[in-house]
Write a protein that binds this ligand. Structure first.
Ligand code: B3K
Ligand code: ZN
Length: 875
């Protein structure tokens, strides 16, 4: 790549000049060269006259062996290859195009297109991986039916899968066999999939709401066969839920999921043939934590929901990515909320949004949920597109209410079934179905950055009038200096001095205010006493809200707010306020003293047996270092780390008795089950354990060792391991880590946890450990899961060690990025994220971080992925 890569702009979008009526693919899989023969029936689009050149995409490395139109082989002069494009100037109005390409999947370390994962062939085509397989109009607005034949060695690759239904099969010479698949639903090439390997499967069936029988198959390696059942249950639950909540039914006769070890992302929604990272589909109590069980449930559902929100109705172009991703994340979040605890799910999602997405929105890669330009689309599979995109859909849901939202989604699916459309088409359907004006709301799609609300209030005791003043603003982001006021739904309530909700003008206790102006006031009449406002209930908009709460008011909200999310939020705000003040004290050499109100509030929550245990665990989890960093103007890594440890220890010492009794009460035996109540119990127990170990007392390390020894499930085992491994009791840590590896060395996903626990160790010296672990036989630089555990764990979740003042953490990451850039650009560019945040650190660290970015930029030929992130970060 030259150092001046193309920028692609939304404003330059043009409809495709040619349509593909059908596509026939023939794969001959071999260990060296794989041959791909493609035949497509092409027709000029009615809006275009004859004589428009035909534009195909094909990766530079594709070897073109044959190209023919209506069986006439083209000469070199008939077409041009220019970068990723292949242009044929003269074509008839309707014709058959045939190509033969040669590829080497076994050498494909980028894991895009057709590649090998642990000896099996598999594909990842979204967003632009299909062009690494064959020449094709590889853009989402070109939809075609596909017929795919796969031919391979029968002994090595007994299972051959593609989209749709199997229609023919046979044996050919030399021990080879073949099978043909047909997918009757027109789809863009990014939804194409192929799998060939020695796989086993579990099978089940599902009867749809119109009484059609669907065969469900989940494939994995033989050794993982006992870890597929939970994904199957989740799939059936998701199918039922989508019928009940959205009226959406599955359309093919067969639905397949395949688990693969080498995968850049979590999973992929290919039509009828989902391909999953093993980390998002395998689940077994002995090897899988509760968090991972819930992730499996959520991702299985997410990919299933894409069958409608993404596949039946797809994206016109990649700027519309949030059309399918934001909507589908919203759908999977609601599904998980219905399957488990709604409030806990909301707390988890908001925590992620407020730490990581807000940071992204404030960084050099900030972009609206519908970006206006990109260099490499793979860089835009972001928290903004996914999580903020989901929040934007959630706001529409809040503004319209559930019935009208459903009417809107029905209209959207009906109107656009089989089409490739835009986010605007989605909003239009919501508007048309509800009659609600969403014109100002559309700004959420085009403006980047996190809006801020400054809220103040006044109370007139004579007039019994209460007024909320709301001012909104949004910081500048790259390319967007000024912003217009947005339409922000602000859900709120008012608590009377006894802690009861007041009934508001809508006859309800929660009111959604339409904040639409830069400054606005909302008046409440007949308010008998000065209320405490409960603001942004349920996190009704992805904004930062500021209201000058007194600590006592936060304690009051923690105890009384009728909105579970807001009770948690009040606890977070209280802890943040206290910790921010302590950071200031630390920086000014003032002796630290913990405000006893936090201790008392935590004790009250711990002692209240009426509360949901999972919520108790959430409320008592201190704001993370990452969240405190996001809130800081200049991140003081040491101060934040020191203060958080100080507060943890103070709380642990002050609450030792009750922590221990809650620990014991919840440390009950019984068979493992990943249901919400059991997960809640384990999460509270393990939270207590981590506080107890934070006292620094050896007896609690012994308690953790005991839990480790007795654990019959990975949640309890790894929680015990983590607290010991991260403690200052080195010998105990070492011993337990060794035992863990010995026990689990044959379970790749568990070994990844073992890497991650060591990479996130806050004790000094972790960089050397991580460097040593990169040489460990179980580590594999080509496996994204291992990279995420070790490199991602260290650079992204171990601030105190990664940001060590001598810059060694930055240099370490710089070296790895330079190495990864060629091998796997997508993963390389993702791993870069911590360096892109340099502006938030002190001057010395800024220089060190920038120096690494510059070194990467100067290191030679960069992938578009890495180039875009590095150059935008230095701009
Ligand atoms: N749609 C895929 C993402 C693929 C990304 C490739 N760079 C997974 C998902 O969101 O469901
Ligand atoms: Zn998705």
């Amino acid at each position: 790549m030259s150092q001046e890569p193309n920028v692609i702009y939304l404003k330059d979008y043009q409809a495709p000049a040619y349509l593909i009526e059908s596509t026939e693919l023939h794969f001959e899989l071999f260990e060296q060269d794989t041959l791909v023969r493609t035949r497509m029936q092409v027709k000029v689009h009615p809006d275009f006259g004859p004589g428009v050149p035909l534009e195909l995409f094909g990766h530079e490395e594709l070897e073109l062996c044959r190209i023919a139109i209506n069986d006439q082989v083209l000469s070199d002069a008939d077409y041009q290859r220019d970068g990723e494009k292949l242009i044929i100037n003269k074509v008839p109005a309707a014709f058959q195009l045939e190509t033969v390409t040669k590829i080497q999947p076994q050498d494909n370390t980028a894991l895009e297109g057709l590649y090998k994962s642990d000896g099996m062939f598999c594909t990842q085509c979204e967003a632009e991986g299909f062009r690494r397989i064959t020449f094709y109009p590889d853009r989402p607005d070109v939809m075609s039916v596909f017929r795919t034949t796969i031919e391979a060695d029968k002994a090595q690759y007994p299972v051959l899968l593609s989209n749709g239904n199997p229609v023919e099969q046979g044996e050919s010479e030399d021990g080879r066999h073949w099978i043909t698949w047909e997918d009757p639903f027109p789809k863009p090439s990014y939804l194409f999939a192929l799998v060939a390997g020695d796989l086993e499967f579990i099978e089940d069936s599902y009867t749809t709401m119109s009484d059609r029988e669907v065969k469900l198959l989940i494939y994995g390696e033989k050794k993982d066969l006992d870890k597929l059942e939970y994904a199957m249950t989740s799939l059936k639950n998701a199918m039922r839920w989508d019928e009940e909540v959205y009226g959406r039914e599955y359309d093919l006769d067969i639905y397949m999921i395949v688990a693969v070890d080498f995968f850049n992302m979590g999973a992929m929604e290919n039509k009828g043939l989902n391909i999953f990272n093993t980390s998002c589909v395998l689940a077994h109590p002995k090897t899988t934590t509760d968090a991972a069980f819930q992730r499996v449930e959520g991702v299985v559902a997410h990919e299933y929901f894409h069958n409608w929100s993404g596949n039946r109705v797809t994206c016109r172009d990649w700027f519309q990515l949030s059309l399918k991703e934001g909507f589908t994340v919203f759908r999977d979040a609601e599904f998980s909320a219905d399957m488990n605890s709604r409030t806990v799910k909301r707390v988890e999602d908001v925590s992620l949004l407020r730490t990581a997405q807000f940071a992204e929105d404030a960084g050099p890669m900030a972009h609206p949920i519908r970006p206006a330009s990109f260099i490499e689309i793979s860089n835009f599979y972001t928290l903004t597109i996914y999580e903020k995109g989901a929040e934007v859909v959630r706001m529409i849901h809040t503004l319209l209410g559930p019935e009208q939202f459903r009417a809107g989604s029905d209209l959207y699916f009906e109107r656009h079934d089989g089409q490739a459309v835009t986010t605007d088409d989605f909003v239009q359907a919501m508007e048309d179905a509800s009659g609600r004006d969403l014109s100002q709301f559309r700004l959420w799609y085009s403006q980047a950055g996190t809006p801020e609300l400054k809220i103040t209030d006044e109370y007139d005791p004579q007039a019994h009038r209460y007024v909320l003043h709301v001012a909104q603003s949004c910081p500048a982001t790259p390319g967007q200096e000024t912003k217009e006021p947005m339409h922000i739904p602000l859900a709120m309530g008012l608590l009377d001095p006894e802690g009861n909700d007041m009934v508001l003008a809508n006859g309800d206790t929660t009111l959604v205010l339409d904040v639409t102006e830069a400054e606005q006031s909302f008046t409440f009449e007949n308010i008998q006493a000065r209320p405490v406002p409960s603001l942004l209930r349920g996190f009704s908009a992805p904004v930062k809200s500021h209201y000058p709460y007194q600590r006592d008011e936060l304690v009051f909200l923690m105890a009384n707010d009728s909105d579970g999310f807001s009770r948690w939020d009040a606890a977070q705000k209280l802890a943040v306020d206290i910790m921010q003040a302590l950071v200031h004290d630390y920086q000014n050499d003032v002796v630290l003293k913990l405000d006893s109100r936090l201790i008392d509030a935590y004790r009250a929550v711990l002692e209240n047996s009426a509360l949901d245990k999972a919520m108790v665990a959430k409320v008592l989890s201190l704001p993370t270092e990452a969240y405190l960093s996001e809130l800081a103007t200049v991140i003081d890594v040491e101060a934040i780390h020191y203060v958080r440890n100080f507060v943890r220890k103070e709380l642990a010492q002050a609450l030792e008795d009750v922590l221990l009794s809650v620990y014991e009460a919840n440390n009950t035996a019984g068979e493992y089950s990943p249901d919400a109540a059991s997960i809640a119990r384990r999460s509270l127990k393990n939270l207590c354990l981590s506080y107890l170990v934070a006292t620094g007392e050896a007896r609690y390390v012994a308690l953790a060792e005991e839990q480790y020894a007795e654990a019959d499930n990975m949640t309890d085992q790894s929680a015990a391991l983590a607290v010991v491994a991260h403690s200052r009791f080195k010998q105990a840590a070492h011993k337990l880590l060794e035992r863990f590896y010995d026990q689990w060395q044959d379970e790749a996903l568990v070994v990844n946890q073992w890497f991650a626990i060591q990479a996130t160790n806050p004790e000094p010296g972790t960089l050397a450990d991580v460097e040593a672990l990169m040489q460990h036989p179980a580590f594999d630089m080509k496996n994204p899961n291992k990279l995420r555990s070790l490199l991602g764990g260290f650079c992204g979740q171990n601030a105190i060690n990664f940001h060590v003042a001598d810059g060694s953490g930055y240099r370490f990451l710089g070296d790895r990025i330079i190495e990864l850039n060629k091998q796997n650009p997508q993963v390389a560019s993702r791993m870069l994220t911590p360096l892109t945040r340099w502006k938030k650190y002190d001057e010395a660290r800024q220089q060190l971080m920038k120096a690494q970015l510059q070194r990467i930029l100067d290191s030679g030929e960069l992938s578009k992925d890495v180039y875009e992130v590095v150059s935008k970060s230095l701009a």
